[in-house]
Design a protein around this ligand. Structure first.
Ligand code: GDP
Length: 368
């Protein structure tokens, strides 16, 4: 009965003989699909389990073509960023391809931030950062792709601003965009033919389309690779270790001047002048070591990859060297290593923050 089966993703007739033709699915997958009552062709299956889609580089011709398509469509842009790695989430030049389209800015991974941090301050900060990039979002929404209730709020917000238009979801890799899309698909689960897949016209890039009730689409675009991210300087194993899956528990250190904190072997904080309580926000299992500043260099050389992990031995080979950034802080501030964590430091302090080359460090007003 093979000729009667159609892919519930794209509608192609399922066949098991020609890998390169539409509707191909391996026999074993077809059997499994028939059992479950939902058969996908291999291509749609991969789209659905989205991680198989290759990310694109910012200069990829296909990607540039895709951007001009987005600019030419009268649509809502849903711009997903990682609250824990704002600079690493930036799409350079986003204001150019957004054109006149309205932007809903979505700050994902909100669950990582302790409840003591003010949500409206987080939003305000996100808005400011967006303005620096030349975009003025209609609205800013904090969300967590891990929480279905929040996805529902996200969908309602998209609906509110969409006004009978398509909505494009854009974001760089690792911001949690596929987790979000998969959750949206899960929420829609009553409807069988919920994704239709195709390529962006004139490109080799795959898209996922989830229909709205008015026939317009929520369109997921490919993730864009942004080199300046922890994901690109760490091995998969080390990345997993430093990426918070749960709410961060802050730690307080009473520091004097000329003291140093190491965050595994991936970051370093020197208190050059000033003193008082600094509060650290990092993955709860990441080891924080205190040394004297005068001894810090030796300590690092001797222990990185062993006592100071991550990186482990293998990760150390991949890791760019730590670079030093010095700041004088008049006021109490957060000193951020993007994608790794941050430290709240008292005012009247001079500090140095060290991060792997390529990883941004930022000073911002505390979020408390
Ligand atoms: P994509 O490359 O943008 O599609 O990102 P993924 O969906 O693959 O997610 C990247 C990493 O972030 C994975 O380890 C996810 O588990 C994690 N992640 C995604 N969304 C969230 C979130 O809302 N909270 C937390 N804590 N982690 C998230």
């Amino acid at each position: 009965a093979e000729d009667e089966v159609y892919c519930i993703g794209c509608g192609a007739k399922i066949q098991t003989t020609d890998k390169n033709q539409l509707g191909y699915t391996p026999q074993s997958a077809l059997d499994k699909g028939l059992e479950k009552g939902e058969v996908y062709c291999q291509r749609c299956f991969r789209l659905r389990h989205y991680n198989d889609i290759a990310p694109v580089s910012l200069t990829d011709d296909d990607f540039l073509r895709l951007l001009s398509q987005i600019r030419d469509d009268d649509a809502l842009i849903v711009y997903v960023v990682d609250m824990f790695d704002f600079n690493g989430s930036m799409i350079p030049g986003i204001h150019r391809f957004v054109g006149d389209n309205p932007v809903l800015l979505v700050g994902n991974k909100e669950d990582i931030f302790p409840k003591s941090l003010k949500r409206n301050k987080m939003k305000e900060w996100l808005k400011q950062q967006a303005n620096l990039q030349g975009i003025r979002p209609l609205d800013v929404l904090l969300t967590s792709a891990k929480n279905l209730d929040e996805i529902e709020i996200l969908l309602n917000t998209i609906e509110k601003y969409r006004k009978n238009r398509n909505a494009y979801v854009v974001g760089v890799t690792n911001v949690g965009k596929s987790t979000l899309i998969n959750q949206i698909i899960r929420l829609n689960n009553g409807t069988q033919d919920l994704i239709t897949t195709s390529r962006f016209p004139g490109t080799t890039l795959d898209k996922i389309e989830i229909p709205f009730e008015d026939g317009k689409m929520l369109i997921d675009t490919p993730g864009i690779v942004h080199e300046d991210q922890m994901a690109h300087v760490l091995t998969g194993k080390d990345l997993k270790y430093v990426s918070p899956q749960k709410t961060i528990k802050p730690s307080t250190f009473q520091l004097d001047d000329q003291q140093t904190l190491f965050f595994g072997g991936l970051g370093r904080f020197d208190y050059i002048s000033g003193h008082g309580a600094v509060i650290t926000y990092f993955e709860n299992n990441l080891m924080i070591h205190r040394t004297k500043l005068s001894n810090a260099e030796n300590f690092y050389t001797k222990h990185v990859g062993e006592l100071l992990t991550p990186p482990d031995k293998e990760g150390l080979e991949k890791l760019p060297e730590l670079q030093r950034h010095e700041f004088h802080l008049d006021e109490k501030s957060d000193v951020v290593i993007e994608g790794l964590g941050w430290i709240t430091v008292p005012g009247h302090s001079t500090i140095a923050i060290w991060a792997p080359r390529g990883i941004s460090t930022v000073v911002r007003r505390p979020l408390v």
